[in-house]
Design a protein around this ligand. Structure first.
Ligand SMILES: [Zn+2]
Ligand SMILES: [Zn+2]
Length: 414
């Protein structure tokens, strides 16, 4: 008798065998018939060749491996097979469900190896699809059900992955409670969450939040988050949004958004001062002019290159050469994201020279000015930007004067 491989041997134990494709039906039938002759106890159906019952299939636009965070951010559809439809009765009662699915493209496993971010981890310390039992588990938000289709958010499975089970998540209550607590804390103090994260040096979370205003992930933003966090920890005070803590940044690029977000010193609350020296540097000072100046060390780029060599070329293409086709932009975003998160592992005081400062002259609290209505355009304008002429008072533009602008190239006259 032919020696059967373990997968085929396992098949013989089951009254019903599910296999993946017609080609496999033929192949396996032939093999089994030639080995055993009578196979009347085995029924061949199309589904999957393993120990689990497939109840449905996942549909989304991701056919190949991608950053799990990107997959989770989009909606996926779980299509339940008709014979299991009744099992969805009242699933809408659950806002959050656990989905178990098969990693059908799993490539075997190593007990230790690189994960998606490039870090080395043990297989059980990772969510890698390449594991001894290739089963995935995602807790997802059930957006809605349309007959046999569940539209969900938060799933990190590839298109076509077989689903083997669904159940209401027991995390629902905990998540809901935490959301209420979080909301109430933020209602009371909008900086409460950021304060906590700064205390804990939770740089990844801060980067994720800072990127909400920055719009993309990049190493510059990560440096701003690192410097903002390190700086606030040294100062021992956070911004109250009322100009008692001031940040003086020396560049108006990505770095400054990380500083604005983490320190709470912003353009809008007058606590962010732009000193156009063109250095990746920031000074945090209190009203007495005491604080710290942080400036990026000349070898910081080398340190960043060691932990992740990518992104530099793409950055040059997009920023220096202005190549903005969609595939270059996609690479920019994906390499920028990987590099930003990798850079967070570097040490604040190895990246930045940090020096205490004393007696810094800080500007007065931002004055409040009356407004007037421009004689020509009729727009309400700050008093100090008015120009009086014989026939009325004009805004700068209507008076034909140049206006200062802060652009990507610095402060300049229009
Ligand atoms: Zn950026
Ligand atoms: Zn005007």
């Amino acid at each position: 008798m032919n020696q059967l491989n373990p997968a085929l041997q396992r098949l013989l134990k089951y009254p019903v065998v599910f296999i993946r494709s017609t080609a496999q039906v033929d192949q396996i039938s032939t093999h089994l018939y030639s080995s055993f002759g009578d196979l009347s106890h085995i029924t061949m159906l199309e589904v999957v060749m393993n120990d689990f019952t497939k109840i449905g299939i996942i549909k989304n636009r991701f056919d190949e491996s991608e950053d799990p965070a990107v997959i989770r951010a989009e909606e996926s559809v779980i299509e339940i097979f008709k014979e299991f439809l009744e099992g969805l009765f009242r699933i809408e009662d659950s806002g959050t469900i656990d989905v178990l699915f098969l990693f059908d493209r799993s490539k075997g496993f190593n007990l230790k190896g690189p994960v998606f971010s490039g870090e080395i981890k043990g297989v059980f310390a990772s969510r890698s699809p390449n594991r001894p039992t290739p089963v995935g588990l995602s807790t997802v938000k059930l957006v809605k059900r349309e007959n046999n289709q569940l539209i969900v958010k938060g799933l990190d499975a590839l298109n076509g992955s077989p689903v083997i089970d669904i159940k209401p998540s027991d995390k629902i209550t905990a998540i809901d409670d935490l959301e209420v607590i979080r909301y109430n804390n933020l209602r009371a103090n909008p900086r409460s969450e950021i304060n906590e994260l700064v205390k804990e040096s939770a740089l990844e979370k801060l980067l994720v939040m800072a990127a909400q205003i920055h719009g993309h992930y990049c190493p510059g933003l990560a440096l701003g988050v690192i410097a903002g966090t390190g700086g606030i920890q040294k100062m021992g005070v956070d911004s109250d949004g009322l100009e008692d803590l001031l940040a003086i940044v020396e560049t108006n690029n990505c770095f400054s958004d990380g500083i604005q977000f983490v320190t709470g010193c912003s353009f809008g609350n007058n606590a962010l001062i732009f000193k156009d020296t063109g250095k990746i540097a920031c000074m945090l000072v209190n009203r007495k002019g005491q604080g710290f100046r942080m400036v990026l060390k000349p070898d910081a780029r080398d340190q960043m290159h060691v932990v992740y060599p990518g992104f530099a070329d793409t950055f040059n293409k997009v920023v220096a050469k202005g190549e903005r086709d969609s595939s270059t932009i996609d690479t920019f975003k994906s390499e920028g994201r990987t590099k930003a998160f990798t850079v967070l592992r570097l040490d604040f005081e190895k990246l930045f020279t940090v020096e205490p400062v004393r007696n810094i002259k800080v500007p007065d609290y931002a004055p409040s000015h009356e407004s007037f209505t421009c004689t020509a355009c009729g727009e309400s304008t700050m008093e100090t930007r008015g120009r009086v002429k014989d026939d009325g008072k004009y805004c700068l533009e209507c008076a034909g004067e140049k206006v200062n602008r802060l652009t990507g190239s610095g402060i300049n006259i229009e």
